[in-house]
Write a new protein. Sequence first.
Lengths: 767, 163
Amino acid sequence: MPPEVVDVPLRIVRTSRRHDSATRHVSGSATYIDDMPEPHGTLHLAPGGAPVARGKIKSVDLDAVRAAPGVVRVLTAADIPGTNDVSPVVGDDPALADGEVQFHGQVVFAVVAETREAARRAVKLAKIEIDAETPLVTVDEALSADLNILPEYRFTTGEVGAALAASPHRLDGTLRIGGQEHFYLEGQVALAVPGEDEMLVYSSTQHPSELQALVAHMLKLPQAAVTVEVRRMGGAFGGKESQAAQWGALAALAARLTGRACKMRLDRDDDMIMTGKRHDFRADYQLGFDGEGRLNGYDVLLSSRCGYSADLSQGINDRAMFHADNAYYLPAANILSKRMKTHTVSNTAFRGFGGPQGMMAIERAMDDIAWTLGLDPLDVRIRNLYGDGRDMTPYGMRVTDNISPELIAGLERSSDYRARRKAIAAFNADSPIIKRGIALTPVKFGISFTNTFLNQGGALVHVYKDGTVHLNHGGTEMGQGLFVKIAQVVAEEFGIDLEHVKITATTTAKVPNTSPTAASSGTDINGMAAQSAARIIKDRLTDFAASFYNVPREQVAFRENKVFYGNHSVAFSELILRAHVGQVSLSSTGFYKTPDLTWDQAKAHGRPFYYFSYGAACSEVMIDTLTGEMKVERIDILHDVGKSLNPAIDIGQIEGGFVQGMGWLTAEELVYDAKGRLLTHAPSTYKIPTSSDVPADFRVALFDGANREATIYRSKAVGEPPLMLAISVFCAVADAIHSLAPGRRVPLDAPATPESILRAVKAVAQH
Amino acid sequence: MTGASRRAIKLQVNGKPHAAEVDVRLTLADCLRQEFKLTGTHLGCEHGVCGACTVLLDGQSVRACLMLAVQADGRAVATVEGLAGADGKLNILQQAFKDHHGLQCGFCTPGILMTLTECFADKPDLTEQDIRVALSGNICRCTGYQGIVDAAMDALRKMRSLL
Ligand code: FES
Ligand code: FES
């Protein structure tokens, strides 16, 4: 590991700073898109969805809609001047359905009216006739029909057939893993403002540059004439990476056609019906292992419900495969991924991006092995970790930063795992109905977009004559604290207080051609770009100060709002003024691309990740075996964020990610009927964790260690990895059920709702 | 819209008189946001489930998305915008949310602050468990609630010490 070069003590990075908008948030003055003053005459859109899941459109009668009070215009596919597509990659997501519909609720038309209320009422007057066909709704149905949305993909390492055959123990199994609704608290929203052959779109999007390109194609405008801006989102979690585009594009289309500002804010039911979710998966696996519980071979088929179009399903399913090993060495493996097409909404990015589902399968395998051999599941996990001479992943990347053994040992101690396991066994022996369970599970998560070119960030920094700094970069703020972290980096660079750095809205007009704020990469790539921009300006200032004050360059230093030269100092703002008079440019862009990445998709080989983030969690639960009720009693987490740029923000990400993962695996259940209609399309029927579902005993600590790679101040990404720590809750539930019939495998599927727990309880009791 | 479907209303919002002529079907949330430009009251679900739109009506918490503006006629509404002092100084609860990182995206924050404002006015002897239960009608999708509960407990302690 190259030594870290820090020439001055750090004052601003690596300290806990509040979210930059905290004061506004507690005062109600933080402006989300729906809160912006609307331009005079703003119109409102409401979407009209398909009444059935699959079929040819026979007729669309919108006369009554057009005649409804307040309606200004109705949009259909025929109104689109350019390309009718809002997809991120493949070109298969019409903004407005044309000819056929492929999922229940797919947008067929949109009403543009004087008020949102009028638009929503008018939508109901449409008469859509469709030649309905039977939809494929589940993964199983799509597998029987062999309907794929993308070609299957495979990683192999070693000879898995031979390894399985030679293993003293063999098992096979199936695990079903449910999807998840994002439920960002701020629903999808966009406001489009037409200009002089220009379009400005305010959109709650994680990917402004993509929306910019889609709007340009749709309206036949050059990309230079379209600007997309977002100051903040009220949560996103992946749900606004590709699927914010449709609403922004429709608002822009309406604005172009009416010449008036147009806003589209989805009603929550529409949002849940019309936007994609986390992919549900089915994992079918075979294991071969030795008497100690060490895996010899792992053969897994990961089949997912992608929905009607490709969306981001390639990357998501690839990432499931990249995490099929989690933290474990697989001497021989066959990892096959099938991306199934169903007549349901197109599933999309969601925190973890397929990784969580890949990990779930191997964590179940660890439990299976432990149950079969009568071992403690933690011992099986520890024996299978990557280690010396066991460091090659199934995709040809060596694990060189492995801290799992140390981290797990630390958590095993601090959580008092062994003593608690004994106490739980004693409790269970005396308690016939209420059973407790515990599990300690690791996470190893690869950081970088696996689509390598996306690993680039951009920034724009200006210093004004009063010494204040204007900061802009390609990342978007969705609550994760990205903006304050990057402002810390820039303030550190100039040696000025954080409040002198003005954070500004993300806009395609300042930093172009950006990657989505996704893959946990926001700080890694944009932080480096912002640092680079600041360094370019600081270099010029250093040169200027050296010559102006006639000192060697090495004697110029920036700290405490001052610039030191020799034995003297000058206020930063004063130096800036002098530099301006001295004709020094005080503005710069910055750019960063992640180094050393290689990925050969055809050979399924390379180094797709710059580094791994690690973590582990220990969860204890209690279940009622008569009702299936479950309560999480205690959570201990030890998580690796390298050298944290902002420990308070990172701990918030860990806690929030964990609880979101816990919701996914224990409470949140998406139910579709046989006709492909989502029955759980409101928070009244879709259960999201609340404060009383989270235990008071929730201990989170940061692992002490630097990133081995030269990331921004040796920090590590934090957005996604903590979500997967919640697999420990799922495994603890299985452990509690296992206590009913030791030695039997527990067929618990996710989410472990009371119904699912009861099914598993019955299954183990029946044998 | 016909004339009969509109009505003039007068109410106090954060202690100041407000008046508007509104569609009788206009929700209190839309009235606050659109008529009075008080956009701190957020709409998360428009179904009465998420709690983002929580405001106080004569001191009692209500879901502004489920209530009609005309039902608030003649009554006193308190919203997040009224929590800070006239000089803009944050109150104890607001400051605690800032200090304890009780927010991320911030969209749930106003509703949570209003729910707690009601709770704290009623019963200063709340336990952490009481707070978790009191907040169980307010969804936060970002924080996992730890920062929120810490902030609430800290505010409670500070308020008690002032009694
Ligand atoms: S918006 Fe009123 S409760 Fe959700
Ligand atoms: S902070 Fe985002 S919903 Fe609570």
